[in-house]
Design a protein around this ligand. Sequence first.
Ligand code: NAD
Length: 501
Amino acid sequence: MNKKKHPTREDWEKLAADLTFPHQAFIGGEYLDALSGETFACESPIDGRILTQVASCDTADADRAVKAARTAFESGVWRDLPPAKRKQILLKFADLIAANKDELALLETLDMGKPIRFSSSVDVGGTARVLRWTAEAIDKVYGEVAPTPANQIGMITREAVGVVVAIVPWNFPLLMASWKFAPALAMGNSVILKPSEKSPLTALRIAGLAKEAGIPDGVFNVLPGFGTKVGKALAQHMDVDTLAFTGSTAVAKQLMVYAGESNMKRVWLEAGGKSPNIVFADAPNLEKAAEAAAQGMAFNMGQVCTAGTRLLVEASIKDAFVALVNKALTKWQPGHPLDPATLNGAIVDKQQLTKVLGYIEKGQQEGAHLSAGGEQLFETSGGYYVQPTVFTEAKNTMQIAAEEIFGPVLSVLTFDTMEEAITQANATVYGLAAAVWTADLNKAHKTAKALRAGSVWINNYDGGDMTAPFGGYKQSGNGRDKSLHAFDKYTEIKATWLSLE
Ligand code: NAD
C-alpha cells in the first residue's frame, strides 16, 4: 500500500484486517508475557471492538525490567558507545519507524481513534522527526571548561543518569513517548517506557524496531499494564534514577510523592493545561484567527494538552468572531477515522466520552450559552463520538472554563482591555501555553511577556517544531521536552576539578 499515493478507507480497512497486534511486554530484548500471565482487553474506540489482549504487567515485571535496564546501563554497552555510533543507531531506528509508517499509523488510529491522516503525518511522521533531530544533536553537544587560575582545570561534563522510566498518556501515544525516549537514549541511558493502558500498541510495536536498529538488549524496554500497578511500581522503585512523565496534573503530583517516599529519583512532569487564546479586535486576519481557534480546540478531538479551550475575545468583535469560529468548526465534525478525508475521529474511550458529555451538561447548568455542537454522534457504531462544542457567556469561575476537559469543548470569554485579557488568561492553575492575536507589535509583546505559560504563540496557534522547548509553568509541570533543553532531564552535570602541580 505504501506505493499507492492516496490510499482510500477501503485500503486501510483491508490492511487492518491483516494486521497482527503486538500484545507482549518487551524486556531485555525479548517479547514476554506478564509474569502473572494476566492480560487486559485493548478496545478500539472506533467501534468498541476488542483488538487484542495485552500483557498486564505489575511489580514483578517492573523489577525484571529495572534489572534488565540497570544491567545494560552498568555494562556500558550503550552509554560507552562513541556518540556518533549512538547517533547512527537512532537514525536507523527513525528510518525503521518511517518504513513501517502505515502499520504504526493504523495501530495508533485503531487503538485511540484519531484520524488516519494525522496518525500518519503527525504521530508516526513526527516520531521519526523527533528521533532524527535528537540523534543528529548527539555529537554536537559539548561540555564546558570553567574559567580557572593557571594551575587548575575545571571541566563541566554531562553524564547519563542511568535508568529512566517514561510514563506517557494516550492522546499522542507514540509522539509523547518519543519526546522522552529519544533524548534519554541519545544521552546513553536505559529506558523503560510505560504506555497508557488506553493506547499501548505502537509502543509495543516499536520495541522490536529498536532492537532491529541495533539498540542493545535491556536498553529499551516497554511495560504495558492495566490500572496504576506497574506505573506505581516503577515510580516507587529504588533503582530507577529518573521519572519522565506526561499526563494529568493529579497523577503528576502523585509521582512526586512516590519519588519523595522512595529514592528521590528525579521527576520531570508535563501535565495538564487550560490554555487561553486571546483575540484582539485588531488581529491581522480574523478569519485566519477563527480557523486557528477552531483547530486549536477541536484537533485530536480536543484531547491535546495545549488545546486552546479558553477563547478570550475582545468584547467589540465577540459575536462576529464566534460566528466565524462556528463556521470554521464545520470541517472539524467527526467522521470515520480510517477515511483519509476525516479531520476528527473518536474520543479515546467510553470513560472519556462520559466525562466530556458531563462537562457539556455542566456548562448548560452553570448558565453558559450553548452556541454550537453539544451532541454525541454515531452511537449505533459502538464507538465514541461527540460534536465540537462551543459555549459563550462563559466565566473563569465556571467549571467548564476552569477545569481541563480534554475533549472538544470551548469556553468563550470576553474582555475590554489588554490588562483585563492578561488577568483573565493567567487566572488558572495551569501554565502550559497561550496565544495572542493582534497586529500591534507593542501589544503582542507586552501580552506575551505577561502570560505565565511555557509556550506563547503570536498570530498562530500551536506553532513551533523540534527547535523549540516545550513545557509548563505552574501546575502544568517542570522541565522541558524537545530542543537541546530536553537533554537536561536525562543527564547529571559533573564538575571535575584538577590541580596542576
Ligand atoms: P493520566 O495522568 O491519567 O495517565 C498518564 C499515564 O500515567 C498513563 O500511562 C497512566 O497509566 C499512568 N498512571 C496513572 N496513574 C498512575 C499512578 N498512580 N502511578 C503511575 N502511573 C500512573 O493522563 P492521561 O489521561 O493518559 O492523559 C491526559 C492528560 O495528559 C491530560 O491532563 C493532558 O493535559 C496531559 N498531557 C500533557 C501533555 C504535556 O506535554 N504537558 C501532553 C499530552 C497530554
